[in-house]
Design a protein around this ligand. Sequence first.
Ligand code: 5AD
Ligand code: SF4
Length: 428
Amino acid sequence: MNEYDSSRMLDLMQDAYGMKLVANPEDADVILMNTCSIREKAEDKVYSELGRYRKLKEKRPDMIIGVGGCVGQQEGKRIQQRAPYVDAVFGPQSYHKLPEMINKIRRERVNVTATEMPEIEKFDHLPAPKGNGMSGFVTIMEGCDKFCTFCVVPYTRGSELSRPVEDVLEECRKLLATGITEISLLGQNVNAYRGLAADEDEWDFTMLLYAVAKLEGLERLRFSTSHPMEVTEEMAAAFGDLPVLMPYLHLPVQSGSDVILKAMHRGHARDDYFPLIESLRKHCPDIALSSDFIVGYPGETDEDFEQTLDLVRRVNYDFSYCFKYSPRPGTPAAQSEDNIPEEVKDERLQRLLALTRLQTREAMNKQIGRVVNVLVEKESKTDGEMQGRTADYRIVHFEGQPRQIGQTMPVRITKAYGQSLRGELILA
Ligand code: 5AD
Ligand code: SF4
């Protein structure tokens, strides 16, 4: 979502001022930092990065420096108290005000802060998305009402708000008109989507999926992130039903222990999760699945952690994202003592990574010999090579040409690495 927000900020700056993206901060008239506070010491990283920009600004006092995103939202004016050379601080719900803020800074040479959380009016003030040639993101809802105890999102992004159906469809149509073929629907909990349709009916996420899937020019549809509590049978069935809906789902479970799931306020038990996986695999046998995991949540015992390993073994994920718990300011969990020693967190993380990397590697190995459709995204770091993604979201490298960017091409997989694949183009 931050990448989406950054690209919308760029659209906005292009529209308002004809600004362009530059490769080096030294060459910029405006530096905007989009920040994330989901894990670890996000604020510290922001201040150390800002220290570098301060030096640039000393040489070029006209430079405007802005800090946006969730750290901006959480820290607000405190950022300018600590770093007075920061001209603008704004949250994820206020970046549509950037032109207004920048005008004010230029006119009055004052610092501005915008961290209020208006209704979802932001989207009415953003220019049409420009797309990047092959794929685009569309935010369908923002915020979260789940209040998992470890998570800052409900505080930084606010409560769940869904965009009206027609706004979402119109943004998708505009993106498709730029020639892109892949759309990813975004939200902190996309499947909590409850959007108003033109006839005032409320649509749920599956209804929206079916409508987007019908749009002309769309070849690949994805979405992220889903909450297990809001997975319905209809949503699982859509994976079997809609050819454009790509067979990959990120369905974070965080822990395999009932005690920890309850403490985390996740809203479901361990045994509620397996039937969802079964149903998804029933409707779409080749679906690739991934999850997030937190180790070392306050009070997590060895037995709790074993339950997580056991769940991972039972589900057998294609990809996993594993994190050590870190207390986030203002969250309920931060009031409990962060009582799992760092060495224990480290050891659990390593054990979990060993297991999940093995699963990823095995799933990758199974791809060898298959012919898959790859949407070509960019040149790889290796000369003469291109990189793209399969329907089930695996990265593939192959010998190719930059003019293939944006095309979907058949590739035979010849080799598997830990996180990616190699293949050969099949030329007609
Ligand atoms: N500590 C560690 N990991 C966290 N995540 C969210 N909050 C925390 C935290 N306080 C992880 C969760 C979530 C992912 C985006 O980040 O696993 O799904
Ligand atoms: Fe955070 Fe939980 Fe909401 Fe996900 S569902 S954004 S983890 S509070």
